[in-house]
Design a protein around this ligand. Structure first.
Ligand SMILES: *[C@@H]1O[C@H](CO)[C@@H](O)[C@H](O)[C@H]1NC(C)=O
Length: 469
């Protein structure tokens, strides 16, 4: 047989170039709601007859067969979004599923537990086995636990038996049943940390590892409970980064990220001692983290932390101005659930494993306003490319800080960012800004001070000092 050598060479080049890029998809805040009813209004949570709401249903004339602003997610919406993610990506190597798989109010308030817990687990199972697995059967799936995925809203398991039962259920679902996970060769290591506290490490190659953390152990909502895991999980994180080979880089994934927020009122996500410790770890080892992903707030975002860098002694003597050196950046991927009036979305990025850089950051949104019956049920998606829209060509703490400097000095760029990260079209500026105004999150008259404070200060005391000015 005659072999065309140039063709073989081309094929080999083609193969090697694909081997060194890792495509990552991110979905979070799925909030799958088995009770979603397309004919019920959002003030009734779009829920029809169900064990929790049995009375007083009104229906609406404008059917929302796919989803409605202010509500959680129907199986139909999940199917449409996953089909789009598959179509756009071609192939996904790793899928981050960053928590809050179940609709709101399924995780019970303490005291009325058992029926809700059975329901909760069945929703989590169907999320992964019925929707995620069939779409991404050859993909490694990296889930993290959200505040709506626990027996009691926000709470981590309080006893050894509760932990064994809950983490055992999730471990079995996530590592024995879905995607390419059952074939992972170091499942024993995953299981060891997972059974302790729902966190784990996945080594994609000898250069790239993913860490999935259980942020419920640090949540401010758990101040009344204490657990050794809150500290030991941070010890473990520090060890992973400290003891890794120099050539290894990490992607960190979790649901509730550390830091501050202000949708109308000051919110602190983690207890100070844990935020401060995490920040110290990033100050020291942030250079080993190529991307940090958090979820929870639903509206996509970016954040960056920095320190003053005075440069050399010579510069100091010459009275050169200090520069900001960024050491940590937080990517917040858009939510699937449109409950906070955002369009449902997901994101993707590529890791160049040769240069260890993250590129091609994109987010994709379903234009929900066009899917209502009155609008003819049109299914239209649009995409935003972070390089084109925001000049973020490569993900790094410094490129995010640079973006902030540009946006802070350019109200038009900042407005465009606000509209696009909500998943709205540029011609919907008024509607988009109204959403933020209703959330009390922007104040152009005061140069959006609060926004820029939570953008760059993770620690509560730094944030408060910034807001005071
Ligand atoms: C980014 O996307 C372009 C165009 O699809 C592709 O050629 C390139 O390899 C991608 N970069 C990485 C790091 O995968």
């Amino acid at each position: 047989m005659k072999i065309n050598t140039s063709l073989v060479v081309l094929l080999l080049i083609g193969l090697t170039s694909t081997v060194f890029a890792i495509r990552v998809g991110v979905i979070n805040d799925l909030h799958l709601d088995p009770f979603y009813d397309p004919s019920v209004e959002s003030d009734r949570d779009c829920r029809g007859l169900n064990p929790f709401k049995l009375k007083g249903l009104d229906s609406t004339n404008d059917l929302a067969p796919f989803g409605r602003y202010g509500c959680d997610v129907s199986p139909t919406l999940i199917n449409i979004l996953f089909a789009k993610l598959k179509e756009l990506s071609g192939h996904i190597d790793v899928l981050l599923v960053s928590g809050d798989f179940t609709g709101h109010d399924i995780a019970a308030k303490r005291g009325k537990a058992d029926e809700n817990y059975i329901m909760l687990k069945s929703v989590i199972s169907s999320c992964f086995a019925q929707y995620i697995d069939p779409s991404f059967s050859k993909t490694i799936i990296i889930p993290t636990i959200g505040n709506n995925d626990a027996k009691f809203h926000y709470e981590f398991p309080q006893t050894g038996e509760e932990a064994d039962e809950y983490y055992g259920f999730l471990y079995d679902l996530w590592w024995n049943e879905i995607g390419a996970n059952p074939e992972y060769s170091k499942k024993d290591e995953v299981k060891e940390t997972f059974m302790k506290g729902g966190f784990y490490r996945y080594d994609h190659s000898d250069k790239i590892s993913f860490l999935a953390l259980n942020s419920l152990y640090w949540s401010e909502k758990n101040e009344k409970f204490s657990s050794g895991i809150s500290h030991s999980q941070l010890d473990w994180l520090e060890e992973q980064l400290r003891d890794a080979e120099d050539s290894r880089q990490f992607i960190i994934n979790m649901h509730i990220f550390p830091g501050m927020y202000n949708p109308g009122a000051r919110q602190r996500f983690w207890l100070d001692e844990f935020t401060n410790r995490f920040d110290d770890i990033m100050l020291q080892y942030g250079h080993k983290v190529i991307l940090f992903n958090g979820a929870h707030v639903h509206i996509a975002d970016v954040r960056a932390s920095w320190v003053e860098d005075y440069g050399s002694v010579q510069d100091l003597l010459k009275d050169e101005r200090s520069t900001k050196r960024a050491y940590f950046a937080n990517f917040v991927s858009p939510a699937i659930s449109p409950v906070y009036l955002n369009n449902p979305g997901f994101s993707m990025f590529d890791i160049d494993e040769d240069k260890m850089k993250v590129h091609n950051i994109t987010a994709h949104f379903l234009e929900l306003d066009r899917t209502f019956q009155s609008k003819g049920h049109e299914v239209v998606f649009h995409s935003i490319d972070f390089a084109e829209e925001f000049g973020i060509d490569e993900w790094s703490p410094q490129t995010i800080l640079d973006f902030m400097d540009r946006a802070q000095n350019d109200d038009e760029l900042f407005k465009r960012f606000l509209i696009l990260k909500l998943g709205f079209r540029l011609d919907q500026e008024e509607e988009a800004l109204t959403v933020y105004e209703n959330l009390n999150m922007i104040d152009f008259s005061n140069n959006n001070r609060i926004y820029w404070c939570f953008f760059q200060y993770m620690r509560a005391e730094d944030y408060d000092a910034c807001v005071k000015g």
